[in-house]
Each structure stands twice: as C-alpha cells, then as structure tokens.
Design a protein around this ligand. Sequence first.
Ligand code: FPP
Length: 229
Amino acid sequence: MPQHIGFIMDGNGRWAKKRAMPRNFGHKQGASVFKKTINWCREFGVRAATFYAFSTENWKRPEDEVKGIMNLLRQYIKDIRAMAKENVRFVFIGDLSAFEDDIRVELLDIMDTSKENNEFIAGVALNYGGRAEIANCARKLAEKCVSGELEPEDITEELIENVLYTREFPPLDLVIRPSGEQRLSNFLIWQAAYAEFVFMDVLWPDFKKKDLEHAIKEFAGRSRRFGGV
Ligand code: FPP
C-alpha cells in the first residue's frame, strides 16, 4: 500500500467542454471528486494524499476561471473543516500570501486546528510550484548561513527535506495523473524523486474508486529498487 499518493487533478476543462459547459463546471465536479478521493484513500489504508489544486502558473488563466476556482475554494472550506473533525490533518502547501484575506485566514486556521490530527494527512497544493518550493528552502537555509546558525558544508538532503512543505508527510510513493497527460508539471518535484507514476486516461471529474484501486494495484506490482539492484 502506498503511504502517500500525489494526485494531479487534470482534465476538468476537457470534461466540461465535452458537455458544452464552462470550464468552471468541470472544476466544480473535480472538487467533489477531491473530497471523495480523500475518503477512498482512508478506506484503502493510505496514510496521506496531496492534491494539486492550483499551481503558481494557474494565475495565467482567464480571470473568470481563476475567480471560479477561488469561489469553489471558499465553498469547500466548510467541507474541509468537517473532514478535519474526523481526525484528518490538512496542510495547505504553497505560497498562501497571494490569496484574498478571507481565504487565507480560514486556510491557516484549518491547518492550525487540525495539526494534531493523526489518522490521515491531506495536502492541498495551492499557489504551489515545486521549483518555488525548492527556491524557498534554499533561501531559508541561506539565511541561516548568513546568521551563522549553519555552515554551508552542513547542508544535506535531510536538512532540505526538513524545510519542505511536506516535512511531516510520509514519503511520496505514488503520483497519479489522470487525463492522459504524462508529465509532472512542477508538482512535488523533489518528493517524487523515487515515486512511481501511474498515468490514466480518465478525466479527473470521472475518476472513481475503482480507478484508485487500479492505480494502487499497479503500484503494488512494481519493483522499487531505489537505485539498488
Ligand atoms: C486541471 O484541469 C485543474 C485545475 C488547474 C484546477 C483544479 C481545481 C479543482 C479540482 C477545484 C478546486 C479544489 C479544491 C480543493 C476545492 P484543467 O483545467 O487543466 O483541465 P484541462 O486540461 O482539461 O483543460
């Protein structure tokens, strides 16, 4: 069983287009699949899942679409709070300073009030980019070197791991990308160094429990050698 799964929630736009509906209709359906997937992961005994909800590049989308996603997030805050009451810890990864105050305050509060929950960790990547995350770590460690707290030669992989957003998550074992695209798109690029990838043709709004089961079975059949033999 993978301990930590990353989900790239792709294909919402195409799903809506197939139905001659606006893209935000697809995001709405995608958000409901996000919620169901957390429950399926818990049922399968997965310990953590991180969902790519909004990348640092997604601000380039039309204003209407960005607004729609922000409003979805506002609506989902209630659901997220309800899930947090079921011993789920929520960690929002990414630069939250870019969000409007009402959203940011809620997200920070949910993170804070759920931090002792230990049944499942749900990561939600918002204004997240893997390169930005690594640059952020480099900045933090450089500041420590300047203040004399740290020597450059003492910087190790472990030290970097300890400043990543995912420092309290189990290792990322599996990345699932639906929608037929086969790339990482700047998602958890450090963490995915030894992850397995499962690419699926289903569009995210159509993603079902059986698709998750299929990806987990595929993972279980892989031989992971981590560079060994
Ligand atoms: C990618 O599909 C999806 C996104 C960029 C947004 C994902 C957002 C949600 C699922 C809803 C918000 C999340 C929460 C947690 C409430 P796409 O639009 O790139 O699809 P396409 O490739 O078919 O155009």
